[in-house]
Every structure is written in C-alpha cells, then in structure tokens.
Design a protein around this ligand. Structure first.
Ligand code: FMN
Length: 194
C-alpha cells in the first residue's frame, strides 16, 4: 500500500491529555488543557508541558514556577475539552465546569479534586522552542484517589477510565493487552486438569 508523504508536523499520537491547574502570586487560578506533555526523567521524577506564551495560564506558570498536572478520565472529558477552548481571561473555569479546587501540599496552584491523580510540579528549566515554551519540571508530590485502589490496595488507574488525545479526538482506553515485560515472561508449564 502506498504511503502519502506529508509536510513536517506533529503526528506523535495518541498522547495523554491533562488539565494543568495554575495560580498567580495573588491567588487567581486557571486550568489549561495540555496535550503536549510527557514524562522526561525517572529519577528525579520529571515531566514537561509545552505552553504557548499567549495562553492566560502561561504567565502564572512563568511567574510562580509551579503547576499541577491533573489526569483526565471519561467522566472529565467534557471539562477537559472546555478548559482547552475557553480562556481564563474570560471565564472562571472551576465555576463553569463545576470542578472542585483542592489545596495542594507544596505548590500554590490548586489541584482538581475530581481528577484521579494530581501531580504537583516545580519548574526547573524553560526552553523557548518556538510557538511553545517547554516547562521542564520536577514532580514534588503525587496524590492518587483511594477510590481506585483494588482489593490488594494497589492503585488501578484503569478503574478511573483514563482518556487519550489522538489526532483531534478524545478516546477511551482500558482494554489491557499485557503487562510490562509480558513479551519475555516465561509461561508457567501448568498441567491441564482433566
Ligand atoms: C485537546 C487539547 C490540547 C491542547 N494542548 C495544548 C498544549 O499542549 N499547549 C498549549 O499551549 N495549548 C494547548 N491547548 C489549547 C489551550 O488549552 C487553550 O488555548 C486554552 O483555552 C488556554 O487557556 P488559558 O487561556 O486559560 O490559559 C489544547 C487544547 C485542547 C482542546
């Protein structure tokens, strides 16, 4: 089958889509939806988000060097989209979406209660790449909702029904295909019961 050659562009999909909560020094807060996000280091735990300087939330992150990454779910898909198409310049996104502010442990930005995982971050580096400035940040605290603990008290993120963003669409996840390393795991030679 022939392949079409396209001009260079962003086609690395699917991606996590997250709601990033921010606050300025006076305590005014905002939520921005971000898909240009990723894990960049295990130890120390670090992630990046890339934000256009014209976003209302941008100056908050730049000014305080702090933000919270809130994971999204099927239930939060509508709010996730809303926070990505309306600006904090014009609306209070917490009020409009009905999302709940929760005080974070270490950063001034609020966490979103309804999100299954909140990741508190402190900016370590800013890379002014072009249209987007990349904030490389250290994870300073993580909060996981106990609602999604399984019978063995292990956190099961799939129970929260996380979503991804792929080429303009929000998609559900959840069908498990294997676990880390399953491709090389030895299968136990169990005797068949008759
Ligand atoms: C699915 C989705 C992903 C987005 N990803 C990003 C992103 O990675 N970086 C960015 O600067 N804007 C991104 N946006 C756009 C902002 O979320 C949007 O402009 C938002 O209204 C900015 O809010 P603010 O002005 O209150 O900061 C995305 C929007 C959507 C719907």
């Amino acid at each position: 089958m022939a392949k079409q050659s396209w001009k260079p562009g962003n086609m690395l999909y699917p991606l996590p889509v997250v709601m990033v909560s921010t606050a300025d020094k006076e305590g005014k807060d905002d939520i921005i939806t971000v898909a240009w996000a990723g894990t960049v280091c295990t130890n120390p735990p670090m992630l990046s988000i890339s934000v256009r300087p014209e976003r209302f939330s941008y100056h908050m992150i730049r000014e305080t060097g702090e933000f919270v990454v809130n994971l999204t779910t099927e239930e939060l898909a509508f709010a996730t989209d809303y926070c990505g198409v309306r600006s904090g310049r014009d609306v209070d996104k917490f009020k409009e979406t009905g999302l709940t502010r929760q005080k974070a442990d270490l950063v001034k930005a609020p966490m979103i209660t309804e999100s299954p995982v909140n990741i508190e971050c402190r900016v370590r580096e800013i890379k002014e790449l072009g249209s987007h400035h990349m904030f490389i940040a250290e994870v300073v605290a993580v909060h996981a909702d106990e609602k999604y603990m399984d019978e063995k008290k292990r956190f099961d993120l799939n129970r929260a029904k996380p979503i991804v963003y792929s080429h303009g669409e929000y998609l559900a996840t959840g069908r498990k295909l294997g676990t880390f390393g399953y491709s090389v795991k030895k299968v136990k030679n169990k005797r068949k019961k008759r």
